[in-house]
Design a protein around this ligand. Structure first.
Ligand code: AQP
Length: 328
């Protein structure tokens, strides 16, 4: 049977954090053998909010390096930088011309981000989901593994594809979001009411994948909990719930075993043990990252290979799209 295709992207808007890892990248690595995979550093999405050019350049490489370090293998997966494949911008324009503005006005991520940006909000930020639809549709993607925050965007992509197919014939595959049952929304440490995010200004809110052990201990020690004592998976107590969920995801133990394990223990014990599990889980990834970025030219070669492969598929799709629209 022919393998189905997976596509997912990640921004270079800051340092990758535990939410990105548990909600997305770790799952991409685990499922890569069953599918044809495209994983993309979406730098064109990153510039929808202001970025410092030198920092952005470095972050693009760092994010790509972390994808490989997390176990995504070039033999199974095409890893590339979005702006290296021009078809992404080109298809985004064509899709813009069939996407009603009203659909974009409903996007909750735009509403949240534009509130922060106020009058600085760019057209690009508004149009972000259309570029994301282009990313996904170029590769005949069946499945888009993402965290919960991206569900609405993938649904919009499906709607755009359906509208296009209705007007111009069966050109696009209709994709589906794949959200992990646990870990789809890892929350911030200092504000567990909000998701952990790269662009969060408070740096102690996120555990970054390249944080050294002491930093991880310090951040988790300061994590917001509550004034109760009992350690249980209670969603009404978001701080403790989030720490326990991180522990669950990294140990693969059942919730019942975890609650028994922490019965009678203090929040101090909980935090210390969560910190040790995080440190141990990130250690191999950090080692691989330093190894592969230490090898001169390695990452650039891998990304060049990725861009060539992705570009071939994308060009073929663009040929079908432009023909069906009457542009060729
Ligand atoms: N907290 C999270 N928990 C689970 N999954 C998450 N993802 C992001 N945050 C969490 C998933 O990671 C993938 C890459 O998403 P992104 O590049 O948009 O990451 P981000 O951290 O959300 O980046 P930003 O720049 O900080 O964006 P905003 O400001 O929107 O938060 C996606 O699959 C995402 O679901």
């Amino acid at each position: 049977m022919e393998k189905k295709t997976v596509f997912s992207g990640i921004q270079a808007s800051g340092s990758l954090h535990l939410g990105n890892y548990l909600g997305a990248i770790r799952n991409w690595a685990a499922m890569q053998y069953q599918y044809n995979n495209y994983f993309c550093v979406v730098d064109l999405h990153t510039i929808t909010v202001p970025q410092d050019p030198a920092t952005l350049r470095a972050k693009i490489k760092e994010v790509a390096g972390l994808l490989f370090a997390a176990g995504i293998a070039a033999e199974n997966s095409v890893v590339f930088i979005q702006s290296d494949v021009k078809a992404h911008s080109e298809l985004a324009w064509l899709l813009n011309c069939i996407t009603p503005m009203g659909w974009l006005h409903r996007m909750t991520q735009f509403k949240e981000k534009s509130e922060k940006q106020k009058e600085e909000v760019s057209v690009g930020l508004f149009d972000y989901p259309v570029l994301q639809a282009a990313d996904i549709l170029l590769y005949d993607t069946h499945m888009v593994p993402v965290g919960e925050d991206q569900k609405q965007h993938v649904e919009l992509c499906r709607d755009i594809a359906q509208r296009f197919n209705y007007r111009y014939g069966d050109v696009f595959v209709l994709p589906e979001a794949h959200i992990p049952p646990v870990g789809g929304r890892v929350m911030g440490l200092s504000n567990p009411e909000k998701k952990m995010s790269k662009s969060e200004e408070k740096k102690e809110d996120s555990i970054f994948l390249l944080d050294p052990p002491d930093q991880i201990r310090k951040k988790i020690k300061k994590a917001t909990t509550d004034s109760l004592r009992d350690i249980s998976f209670d969603e009404k107590r978001p701080g403790v719930y989030n720490l326990l969920t991180i522990y669950q995801l990294l140990t693969d133990k059942s919730r019942e075993d975890i609650e028994n394990h922490f019965a009678g223990k203090s929040y101090k014990d909980l935090k210390e043990q969560v910190a040790e599990v995080v440190i141990e889980s990130l250690k191999p990834l950090q080692e691989r990252y330093h190894e592969l970025t230490g090898e001169k030219g390695y990452l650039d070669d891998m990304l060049e290979r990725g861009a060539i492969k992705a570009g071939e598929q994308a060009e073929e799709k663009m040929r079908q799209v432009t023909e069906s629209m009457g542009l060729k």
